[in-house]
Design a protein around this ligand. Structure first.
Ligand code: ATP
Ligand code: MG
Length: 389
């Protein structure tokens, strides 16, 4: 798929910007703090309905109008897709003035109001940023987020299971606290254990399936990026105890059985902690570079390359799941790569229909500059197309 029309109104530092995009490579050049990342964030937001920067809704609305009577940011795009063309509109209400209205997001798909869960993934995108190194070097939360944002774009059942699972965890944790305070009985957990195992199963199977594809892809991408010098291994580490890739459950019933047993074994600890200690919210993905744990042993450059390989694997996963190309967004990542890695990256990215690249340093990216089909300057919240050299 590719976006051919994009409009931002009162979003971050944009008053109003309206651009036509090309297929192929679109390059956005601008000094620091002009709105390049905001632009890619807008597209990512249209795709996932979640900010790439973990910001609150009110942060997304242009600051100058947040106190006005109509504190609303609006994003809209038109997309050509294998599954039929798409008009997507997102309104972000930063603050409520009238108590009868809720703050938050409203979305329309081809003119029809939709629930957020139905709108996620209509536009599919993969975003590369300089913070991606945290997927490799950061806490398990970053790796779960990597999986969740990816899978929920192409699997609506996954998104629903995630929402259900979060509610169950909340209820179960408050019950655990009441049991701890002797206000409730331990046997009341039995119902919630079943609920947790059920919603958790959907999450487990989807993650296990995604990892199957991702591990293989990431390994190949790492080999390409490093000229065969470095190897990358991803191993799913689900948090139901004693599980590894050679010991994966074979069906749903077995998974549920194991999850229930793990919960029973953890029960005294869970009551003492007042929190659920096993289940997909504690999953991790182990990352090895040349056979050694990447967070503790790899160099920064190796970690960065591994993160890049994982994003490329994500793009490949989305393409396979969708039967269409996701839009590729590269925020500032090219200038930190050496020329050889950049070539290897672009060679693969070129197989996708559309890529948006930002940089503050076009002189370092002459190769990109010359092959771009669309070139834009971003300056203080305005975007202008320019032709020629
Ligand atoms: P860099 O090259 O440093 O990455 P950039 O072009 O990517 O810069 P952005 O991250 O897009 O810059 O941010 C541009 C500006 O947007 C920043 O100065 C920031 O203060 C501003 N900004 C962010 N949120 C809002 C908002 N809600 N209202 C107004 N301005 C905002
Ligand atoms: Mg930026």
């Amino acid at each position: 798929m590719f976006i051919f029309d994009l409009e931002l109104v009162n979003f971050r530092n944009y008053v109003r910007a309206h651009i036509r995009l090309d297929r192929g490579l679109n390059l956005f050049v601008g000094d620091n703090a002009q709105g390049k990342s905001n632009l890619l964030e807008a597209i990512y937001l249209l795709s996932t309905l979640r900010s790439s920067r973990a910001s609150q809704d009110s942060d997304l609305v242009r600051r100058d109008i947040l106190e006005s009577d109509f504190p609303v940011a609006r994003l809209a795009c038109q997309v050509e897709r294998a599954a039929g063309n798409l008009a997507l509109e997102l309104a972000i209400i930063g603050r409520t003035i009238d108590p009868a209205h809720r703050a938050g997001k409203r979305v329309r798909v081809n003119g029809v109001p939709r629930k957020a869960s139905e709108a996620v993934g209509q536009l599919c995108a993969v975003l590369f940023t300089t913070l991606d190194i945290d997927i490799v070097a950061g806490p398990p939360l970053m790796r779960r987020r990597y999986l969740d944002m990816m899978i929920s774009q192409v699997d609506r059942g996954y998104l629903r299971a995630m929402q259900k699972y979060a509610r169950v965890i909340q209820q179960r944790n408050s019950l655990l606290k009441r049991i701890q305070a002797r206000e409730a009985q331990a046997h009341e957990l039995t119902f919630w254990d079943q609920e947790l195992a059920h919603a958790g199963g959907t999450i487990y199977w989807a993650r296990a399936d995604a990892l199957g594809h991702l591990a293989l892809q990431a390994e190949q991408q790492m080999e390409r990026l490093s000229d065969g010098l470095e190897s990358l291994t991803l191993i799913y580490r689900p948090s139901i105890g004693g599980l590894d890739q050679y010991d994966a459950p074979i069906d749903d019933a077995e998974w549920t059985g194991r999850m229930i047993r793990a919960l029973q074994a953890a029960r005294p600890r869970e009551i003492a902690a007042g929190a659920t200690l096993v289940g997909p919210h504690r999953d991790d993905v182990e990352i090895l570079i040349d056979g050694m744990p990447a967070d503790a042993f790899a160099s920064r450059a190796q970690q960065r390359t591994a993160a890049l390989a994982m994003r490329l694997a994500e793009a490949s996963y989305l393409r396979r799941a969708l039967g269409d190309d996701p839009v590729v967004l590269l925020d500032d990542v090219l200038s930190e790569l050496d020329a050889r890695r950049r070539r290897a990256l672009l060679e693969y990215i070129d197989t996708f229909q559309q890529t948006l690249v930002t940089t503050a340093d076009p002189d370092r990216l002459r190769d990109i500059y010359t092959r771009a089909s669309g070139r834009f300057v971003v300056n203080a919240g305005t975007i202008t197309r320019f032709e020629g050299e």
